[in-house]
Design a protein around this ligand. Structure first.
Ligand code: SF4
Length: 441
């Protein structure tokens, strides 16, 4: 009888599978899908669709060695100003081709570090978005923040502009780990940021933590989870460090001999989950946690949980307009991505050229697969379809990680950490031998 406790199984933990933040995955995006295609798709939306806006700020004050984001360290603030001038035009162009009756329910600033914007700059961007789009009075307006860089003036500007949720990057609170990842941020710094935000009335606070960092141990992960709970985070995301130094060159500064082995990573991931559950968080999908009264936990219980590029969300929108360099836009018909290089992005936008450089159309069959994969990632089960290749999931069933019951395929408790492996097996386009992705755990 297989154990119900998840255990490390190298065969699955080391399998390289898509993250499935989109379907088809971003690795399938190709050139030739641009503004004309997006305009065409926007003409096919229903009445008064819910719309989400994502704004990418691709700048940081200094580089964290573990970073996997699209960001740069600008040589002076003029580069940020140039970028914001282009973003201004981008907002107008994209709003002009969005459905005129679309209602904006969510706005999310990510990066990079959106706190690289000065208070007035943040106010201006929000003003432009509000005048270009129809932003609902109860829209969620969320910003990712680096706790090291917050100042009171920006906090005040964010509150006045309607920001009502923030995500603080915490990662790990041990000094040794922080030195090795080039991000010195003692607990007091995070605590001070939380207090600053609360003072201006921004009280919905998410925190991100990581496992798999150099010199990190189960103890470090548990201590960080405990501190995050004490600081009062409503939601916590737990991400595994993806070491890809051939792709992200600054990661070469991470000492590889200090990285935990795959089995230790697994133990850290499990320990984080146990520590957060013990102090009262509900587990949401694969890697998020929320207080039971938080809307994300309520959505998870009530069936309204969704998944997008930022992870698990309550956002009901069918259209995502991605603004800024590297941002991805989504609608039922497909995806488009803007030019990732901030300078080339700004040149394209201000030169009235196409800043959308790649993407993919999504067929009705692919939409159906996307729905099933989202079911799996949000609720750990989905219906079995006649076209499913049972031989592709046989190993996970035999290993006690999944079971088939009354026309549904269900992850067992032991199988939940391997949900992406099951998704890959149900993805008719995924080829284990050739597709390049990150390890599953
Ligand atoms: S603050 Fe975030 S986006 Fe910026 S370098 Fe560090 S990890 Fe990357």
């Amino acid at each position: 009888m297989p154990s119900t406790e998840p255990t490390f199984i190298a065969k699955y933990a080391l399998e390289t599978v898509p993250r499935y933040t989109s379907y088809p995955p971003a690795t399938k995006f190709r050139g030739g899908t641009g503004l004309d295609q997006w305009r065409h798709w926007m003409g096919q939306q229903g009445d008064a669709p819910a719309l989400s806006v994502y704004v990418h700020i691709p700048f940081c004050k200094s580089m964290c060695w573990y970073c996997g984001c699209h960001t740069t360290i600008p040589n002076g603030h003029q580069r940020v100003r140039n970028y914001l001038a282009a973003l201004d035009t981008d907002i107008k162009r994209r709003a002009e081709i969005a459905p005129a009756d679309a209602r904006v329910c969510h706005i999310h600033f990510g990066g990079g570090s959106p706190d690289m914007l000065k208070a007035d700059e943040f106010r201006t961007v929000m003003r432009r978005i509000r005048s270009a789009f129809h932003v609902m009075p109860d829209a969620e307006i969320a910003v990712e923040l680096d706790p090291r860089e917050l100042d009171q003036e920006l906090c005040q500007a964010m509150a006045e502009a309607g920001v009502n949720r923030v995500s603080l990057g915490v990662q790990d609170l041990s000094e040794e780990v922080q030195k090795l990842i080039h991000r010195i941020q003692p607990r007091e710094t995070v605590q001070a940021a939380v207090e600053q935000l609360r003072e201006v009335g921004i009280t919905a606070i998410n925190m991100d933590m990581m496992y798999g960092l150099p010199a990190q141990t189960v103890r470090h992960v548990c201590d960080t989870a405990e501190a995050i709970s004490e600081m009062g985070a409503d939601r916590v995301s737990v991400f595994g460090y993806a070491h890809v130094p051939w792709f992200k060159k600054h990661q070469r500064a991470i000492p590889e001999d200090r990285l935990p082995a795959a089995a230790e990573r697994f133990d850290q991931m499990q320990a984080a989950g146990r520590a957060l559950s013990k102090v009262g968080y509900d587990r949401i999908g694969l890697d998020h946690f929320a207080r039971p009264d938080d809307p994300l936990a309520q959505a998870s219980r009530g069936g309204g949980l969704r998944r997008n590029f930022q992870g698990y969300t309550t956002d009901p929108s069918t259209i995502l307009v991605g603004l800024g360099a590297s941002a991805i836009s989504e609608c039922p018909q497909g995806y488009v991505q803007t030019e990732p290089n901030p300078v080339r992005y700004a040149t394209a936008v201000t030169g009235n050229a196409d800043m959308l450089v790649r993407g993919t159309e999504r067929s009705p069959a692919q939409r159906a697969v996307a729905t099933r994969i989202a079911d799996l990632l949000c609720h750990f089960e989905t219906r079995l379809e006649p076209a499913d290749r049972l031989d592709r999931i046989a190993d996970m069933v035999e290993d006690g990680l999944a079971r088939i019951d009354r026309g549904r395929i269900i992850l067992t408790e032991a199988g939940r950490p391997y949900v992406r492996n099951l998704a890959a097996r149900l993805d008719p386009e995924f080829r284990f031998s050739t597709d390049q992705h990150s390890v599953a755990v």
